[in-house]
Design a protein around this ligand. Structure first.
Ligand code: ADP
Ligand code: MG
Length: 263
């Protein structure tokens, strides 16, 4: 339809022809090449791809941490800036500071942003309460289970109230059962807080069960290989229930084949 484009809302995140190169002693490495991707507000995007294909690089660019690239990276139509408050980054290891209590850990992001006040503190406290960690506010990270630590890390990320959450292999340090439970919790929390999320994972099942769309990247230099819109028939779209949907295996098999290095 003519003119339909002008009605389309601006995507929350727009990556256009992104190319990122690293200089290393062995020479130049092209990590990402001509990658384009749009993420709508409220979407949950899963990204899978072979190891070393540039997944973390992509998140670093969207977070404003890597600023040397060609192409465009826009958030709400504006070029992303270093130190942007729009983005919360939850790295692979929870990176809680062992010498700080859970409460002090949760406040860290606000401290770094110089944004600690009664309002932000009470918001952070509410998150701790809502997600079952208020009783552990004065405990140290080592006193918590792996799943609770991961929840604390998520609350720290949410405390700064970012629009977009970037999760880099956020659950891979957890054992399988804990991972399923924590993924369920995290998905619910993100939905309830009405956030947009980009999850990088090497776990195809995790990507399918959590995401609205799964993006498959090519091997390095990473670019888009395919995008799968995930539509599952299940009573509740929780990561656990999703796995029982009849379509689950079909998505799994086709993404698996696309990732197969031998093909
Ligand atoms: P992934 O997260 O998909 O495993 P990365 O984004 O971490 O991949 O890395 C993509 C490629 O860029 C890899 O080959 C990696 O070795 C290389 N790379 C990543 N960071 C640097 C860096 N700071 N300097 C040089 N090469 C890097
Ligand atoms: Mg990585």
């Amino acid at each position: 339809m003519k003119g339909a484009n002008s009605l389309k809302p601006v995507p929350l995140v727009e990556v256009k022809n992104l190319t990122v190169k690293y200089q290393s002693p062995e020479g130049e490495i092209t990590a990402l090449k001509n990658l384009s991707l749009e993420v709508g507000k409220g979407e949950f995007i899963g990204i899978v791809g072979p190891s070393g294909c540039g997944k973390s690089t992509l998140l670093n660019v969207i977070a404003g941490l890597i600023t040397t690239y060609t192409g465009e990276v826009l958030i709400c139509g504006k070029a992303v800036r270093r130190g942007t408050r729009m983005v919360g980054y939850m790295p692979q290891s929870d990176q809680l500071f062992e010498w700080r209590t859970i409460w002090k850990n949760v406040l860290l992001g606000l401290e770094v942003q110089n944004n600690l006040n009664e309002r932000t503190k009470s918001f952070a406290w509410k998150l701790l309460e809502n997600y079952g960690l208020a009783d552990f506010a004065h405990a140290y990270p080592r006193q918590l289970s792996g799943g609770m630590r991961q929840r604390a890390a998520l609350i720290r990320t949410l405390a700064v109230d970012p629009e977009i959450l970037l999760l880099d292999e956020a659950f891979s340090a957890l054992d399988y059962q804990t991972r399923l439970i924590v993924a369920d919790e995290v998905k619910q929390i993100i939905a309830r807080e009405n956030k947009t999320a980009i999850l990088v994972t090497h776990d195809i099942a995790e990507a399918i069960s959590m995401s609205d769309k799964v993006v498959v990247l090519t091997k390095r230099p990473g670019s888009i290989k395919s995008i799968h819109n995930i539509e599952l028939t299940c009573s509740e779209k929780t990561p656990l229930k999703s796995r029982e949907a009849p379509e689950f295996r079909l998505y799994f098999n086709s993404i698996w084949k696309e990732l197969d290095v031998h093909v």
